[in-house]
Write a protein that binds this ligand. Sequence first.
Ligand code: 5GP
Ligand code: SF4
Ligand code: MG
Length: 489
Amino acid sequence: MCGVLGVYDNEEVIGKIYDAMLTIQHRGQDSAGILTYDGKYHLKKGNGLVRDIFDQQNIARLKGHVGIGHTRYPTVGEGSVEDAQPFWINYPFGIAAAHNGNVTNFSELKKELFEKSHKIINSNCDIEVILNIFAGYIEKYRTKEFTPEIVFNAVRYVYKKVKGSYSVVLHIADKGMVAFRDPYGLRPLLFGEKKDKLLPAFAFASESVALDAMGFKDIKDIDSGSAVFIDKAKRVHIKKIMTKPFRPCIFEYIYFARPDSFLNGINVDKTRVELGCRLAKKIKKSGVEIDVVVPVPDSARTAAIEIARRLKLKYREGLVKNRYIGRTFIMPGDKIRKKSITQKLNPIGDVFIGKNVLLVDDSIVRGNTSAAIIQMVRNAGAERIYFASYSAPLTNPCVYGIDMQTKGEFIATNSTPEQIAAKIGADKVIYQDLKEMEQAVRQGNKKIKTFCKACFTGVYPTHDVSRKLLERIEEERDINKANQIAAGI
Ligand code: 5GP
Ligand code: SF4
Ligand code: MG
């Protein structure tokens, strides 16, 4: 999962982009990059957090009224700086791009680009492939009058070739800015507009919060299978290019997106309140005696507050999170130190001593975090510990960009809640029902018939996820992990 931004403005954009990058930092903390354009491309990217990558010197260098920003969360590749986005190529015209998602036929496309078009793809980054496919199409029209139709046909060509999920922001030098969402709309992408002294300006982003931060208004979602092209004269052209069932990722609302964001017309925070409300009913039915409700910070806070309110129980912040620990804390070479949950969370003893505690989290993935937290809460003196997940059991890999890619990673695969409770050391585990979970998210926008919920059901909406593909992703991931361990990451 990543965060992406694009700004097409009438003034220097770097200040705005930098601020907006901080609002999408949660979408990727592995690397980040900003590219600007003022007749030529300026680019700075690096590993780590936004605040560590950009300094006065490179900010001063990033000149122009056009910019693309990206925060990366690696799904494929080793997380090297060579895979950091944005990417740009100089021919035809000069095209730059960044994306959010995961291309499932990346290796085939990389090979095809080399064998058929003699183009070398230098990174393990999906966007380099998308960029070259797009460029390969518009190259044929480089001497013709440049029209929105050429752009839309190039996007159609990308849709035909590229499988998986991708929300793309792309700039064509002196022609305009394009943004498009894959045919199923798996990953979010929005755009906003504003008028500066009567001159319109536009921006694109993975979450509405980034557009809010930059002062853009009239925020709308880009439709699935659709492209928006802002031409050089700042005229807006929008086209639905491919019609497939709309299947936005349900997990965005559960875990990934910021609570103040709106995605596909649905507010994330409101959804988490609704998820809490529905889970409260199930907890009540279970008949467990609870003294205090405690969230696992940060994502579970909203739902936990609602559960406590509905069940008329005491709510306490019993786990304190050290907000200064990022990925940079795990220094290369620091092989011995394991990323331990105790570095991140600390219990407040008074909240737990002698109490029956309901811990609330957004999800249980591998179960390692939950097991460590439960141990911590037991050591703090809790009597009984009930663990509630406001999402349903996760059992299947995500091939669309969330870092849950191997079947073996899920504690809930082939296990009942009782078995899971035994494994993580809880007295009871209570999961949200899948149907309730989906209804809670749909509450915000009933026009959405259903979502991608493949990680809960194993039904992949793109219908092209074979067992072979899952096995290959698993293999690639194991190699990445081995490389990361060898590099001491
Ligand atoms: P686990 O069960 O894997 O030990 O940990 C579950 C915790 O991981 C939950 O607190 C949840 O907030 C968090 N989580 C859920 N999905 C993801 C994800 O895709 N990436 C990361 N880094 N954490 C996740
Ligand atoms: Fe989202 Fe899960 Fe679908 Fe991946 S599989 S896109 S995490 S709902
Ligand atoms: Mg969490």
